[in-house]
Design a protein around this ligand. Structure first.
Ligand code: ASP
Ligand code: MG
Length: 470
């Protein structure tokens, strides 16, 4: 059976017009596949509103939580009315949605009484956006004469109990998908599955992390052995750079899984970073497409893209970082300094984004999110107190507000001349590079610049290495 999984992101299902457009897309492609499985996000902004209502209830702000819920209800009722005002389905659908709003009210009320909300409670509340939208979308497909029904992913995706960032247990998930989605597919029904959510073995609702609906789509793609997964969003595909920084950025027609791995990691907000994990092993191609420009092909992400030597595919940044340096002549040849350094960083709860060590061993530098810098320096000073007192380590210090610029491309490393192109572009523009790391993944080179130079660095590299260099 040739199955297509299609995921619609928040803006693609964010109002009546977008919902109509997305339903039209499903109806249009349905005849080309044996079955289509739809995954939907909450309406854009709804997850934020749900979390806001929970958090304001927890902080004792009754008025804000009640107003937020009222606003949410009226927004959804407005879109539902716009879609269904002539339909016999209207009253029934609105009653279903009202039931969820009642649940939300009850959850928030108990949060308000207790004065606290746990991650588990937040997941329960955050899950309502997708639950409501799956009902709306399925009703709309039925209205379009596509036989459809809403399915809660709590009945499909089994996760651990890391609330807010749950990890799917794939073997159990596969079984549940077969058991609970299989019969619908056999009957020719197009299921509309809630993105973003899952449940523990005990049935307690979890979420896969913000933006997790992409991940839902690829998990289902894997479990159903789908032929392809398409994620519908509001841009034409994955871009060579952030178009707000580089106005002549281009859509990338084809990317390898490895390249997109680097891109997702480095903050290009196209796909949830874990999305490609489940589909890599089965080599299921993933397309990123634009709901509002549906005839444009978009970006195809797959295993088999031939690595084009030397070709730089994209340039991207991570901002708001600090470069921490541990330096001292007494570090030379002393084993364990690096291990202790990073253990101290881990104790401070900071994740390290890039590392570079001078071969003289007299300094180690690494990048961490800027908001963690105080904790990290303190933790390092404690760890190295003895070395500091003996002057084996002279200094532990940070340069704040720096940016990692990452240049991504399959086959970058084997290709002489790419670094020259990249650093030449920066040299010509007089931009100082503070630190460099060749991505050990072979798909990227990262360099650090001051935040004031970051956008210009991206523009220069884009011009020299992507527009001219290919
Ligand atoms: N609705 C969820 C969020 O806003 C998941 C998603 O849209 O992918 O994070
Ligand atoms: Mg998203």
């Amino acid at each position: 059976m040739k199955i297509l999984v299609m995921k619609f992101g928040g803006t693609s299902v964010g109002n009546a017009e977008a919902l109509r457009q997305s339903a039209t897309i499903v109806k249009k492609y349905l005849p080309q596949w044996d079955r289509v499985v739809v995954v939907v996000s909450a309406m854009s902004g709804v997850t934020d509103m749900l979390l806001k209502s929970a958090q304001s209830a927890a902080s004792g702000d009754e008025r804000t939580y009640q107003e937020t819920i009222a606003e949410l209800r009226s927004r959804q009722a407005g879109e539902i009315a716009a879609l269904f005002y002539k339909s016999s389905r209207h009253a029934q659908l609105q009653a279903t949605i009202d039931k969820y709003i009642e649940d939300l009210n009850a959850f928030c009320h108990s949060v308000y009484i207790i004065g606290e909300v746990t991650p588990r409670g937040l997941d329960m509340i955050a899950s309502l956006g997708e639950r409501m939208n799956a009902r709306i979308f399925a009703a709309l497909l039925n209205e379009y004469e596509v036989k459809s029904s809403a399915v809660d992913a709590t009945e499909l995706i089994v996760t651990d109990n890391t609330f807010q960032d749950a990890v799917p247990l794939m073997a159990e998930t596969r079984e549940k998908v077969k058991k609970n989605l299989g019969p619908l597919l056999e009957k020719g029904v197009t299921p509309v599955v809630t993105g973003f959510i899952g449940a523990t073995r005990e049935g307690i609702t979890t979420t896969l992390g913000r933006g997790g609906s992409d991940y839902t789509a690829s998990i289902l793609g894997d479990c159903l052995d789908a032929a392809e997964v398409w994620t519908w969003t509001d841009v034409d595909g994955v871009m060579t750079a952030d178009p707000r920084v580089v106005p002549d950025a281009l859509v990338i027609p084809e990317l390898s899984f490895n390249e997109v791995g680097e891109l997702a990691y480095f903050g290009a907000k196209v796909l949830h970073p874990k999305t490609i994990r489940p589909i890599i092993e089965r080599s299921i191609p993933l397309w990123v497409k634009n709901t509002f420009n549906p005839d444009f092909p978009g970006t195809r992400i797959s295993q088999e893209r031939a690595s084009v030597p030397g070709k730089v595919t994209a340039v991207t940044t991570i901002k708001q970082l600090s470069l921490v340096t541990v330096e001292g002549r007494g570090m030379l040849g002393v084993p364990g300094i690096a291990a202790r350094t990073f253990a101290a960083v881990a104790r401070a709860g900071a994740s390290v984004l890039m590392i570079s060590q001078a071969s003289s061993e007299q300094s180690i530098c690494f990048l961490i999110p800027m908001q963690a810098v105080g904790r990290v320096i303190q933790s390092l000073e404690q760890e190295m107190a003895l070395e500091l007192s003996r002057c084996d380590i002279d200094r532990i210090w940070a340069q704040n507000d720096v940016v990692i610029v990452t240049v991504i491309g399959a086959g970058l490393r084997q290709t002489p001349g790419v670094s020259a192109l990249v650093f030449g572009a920066l040299g010509k523009a007089g931009i100082n590079v503070i630190a460099i790391a060749q991505g050990s993944s072979e798909y990227s080179i990262s360099l650090v610049v001051e935040s004031g130079n970051a956008d210009e660095a991206v523009r220069q590299i884009h011009r020299e290495a992507i527009l001219n260099g290919s």
